[in-house]
Ligand binder design. Structure first.
Ligand code: NAP
Length: 311
């Protein structure tokens, strides 16, 4: 029997229990799946970083911690965690992010807000022909699982897409950049900028006043990555000065975003409550079951986190 501890919130347990049981059964894995075990009896931990479990020291038999989230910044620095750590990469997460990013890019590209603001019978005032996608440069910071999927989807619409990553990539149809000078070029061509980097020491405060100033006049920023990558005050200043047209933000330094935060009331900011892409229980359960099967067969786990890199 393989003992799998589910360590996340109670709500997640109600969503994940049945899909996990089905996925383990589909792989003929004899799993005892529970929310409580004596720590020394646990073989795997299915984990969400907002779980009360923060000390991994007593889990002496545990072969891996399988994170339910794509982002690992809240667990990667945990000194008690010595077991291998995997993160979530799954079909539902990627497709959700592609849909969210595509929708918000098209909102700003087509300037849908302009027509919503001109519904008063004045045809001439409403009349504004949007440019073609091929005339609008889109840059995505981060070309990992999510950034690459979004880049490829946006390229299908005809946007000239530039992507920036730590290691140099080659993706057909995408201008791939890396390094400091690559970032300069990526920002200077970004009429719409999408942040899909992980939160690490290197990406914290990445978009400060100087970097925001590198964006073209009238640029739009979409942040479905992590809040601390943008310096809040610098973003507000760039919007207030008219340098930036709009920012659509899904993630924040403090979540839930407190009601008095100036982002809520800012006319050029759209706040989304961290919904850009949720881990979907049905597909995520299959990823978890596959990794348990791999662990039991002595095969390498998929989506291992490199703790020295922080993602
Ligand atoms: P990923 O596969 O690990 O990709 C990360 C990308 O960022 C990689 O291309 C990586 O470069 C690049 N990168 C990392 N550090 C960098 C640096 N210092 N400079 C330049 N590039 C750097 O991650 P993912 O699955 O695409 O997810 C990205 C992030 O999205 C997650 O970490 C999470 O924070 C966020 N997310 C948000 C939601 C939401 O609902 N809002 C949902 C899921 C995920 P290399 O390719 O060279 O390694």
């Amino acid at each position: 029997m393989i003992n799998v501890l589910f360590a996340a919130t109670e709500q997640r347990w109600s969503e994940y229990e049945a899909p996990l049981r089905e996925s383990f059964a589909a792989r003929d894995l004899s799993v005892d799946l529970r929310t409580d075990f004596a720590p020394e009896e646990v073989d795997y931990i299915v984990y969400a970083p907002n779980s009360p479990l923060q000390d991994f020291t007593p889990y002496t038999r545990c072969k891996a911690v399988l994170n339910l989230w794509a982002g690992v910044e809240a667990i990667v620095g945990n000194q008690t965690l010595t077991q291998p750590l995997t993160r979530m990469v799954d079909h539902g997460l990627s497709r959700g992010m592609v849909e969210w990013v595509s929708g918000h890019v098209l909102r700003h590209h087509l300037d849908i807000d302009h027509y919503l603001a001109h519904q008063d019978g004045d045809w001439a005032a409403a009349h504004k022909v949007p440019p073609l996608a091929e005339e609008r440069g889109v840059t995505i910071l981060g070309l990992g699982e999510l950034g690459r999927a979004c880049a490829e989807a946006l390229a299908q619409f005809g946007f000239p897409v530039t992507g920036w990553s730590r290691s140099q990539k080659e993706i057909p149809g995408i201008t791939c950049l890396s390094g400091e000078t690559g970032l300069d070029e990526a920002l200077s061509g970004a009429q719409i900028l999408v942040l899909l980097l992980p939160l690490t020491d290197e990406t914290t405060d990445l978009l400060d006043a100087a970097r925001l100033a590198q964006l073209p006049q009238g640029a739009v920023v979409l942040n479905p990555g992590r809040g601390p990558m943008i310096v809040d005050e610098a973003l507000i200043a760039a919007l207030d000065s008219g340098h930036l047209r709009h920012a659509t933000l899904d993630v924040f330094r403090t979540e839930p975003l407190p009601a008095p935060h100036p982002f809520w009331a800012h006319p050029k900011i759209t706040v989304c409550p961290h919904i850009a892409s949720e881990t979907r229980p049905r597909t995520a359960a299959q990823v978890i079951a596959e990794n348990v099967a791999r662990g039991e067969a002595g095969r390498p786990l998929k989506f291992l986190v490199d703790r020295s890199r922080g993602y």
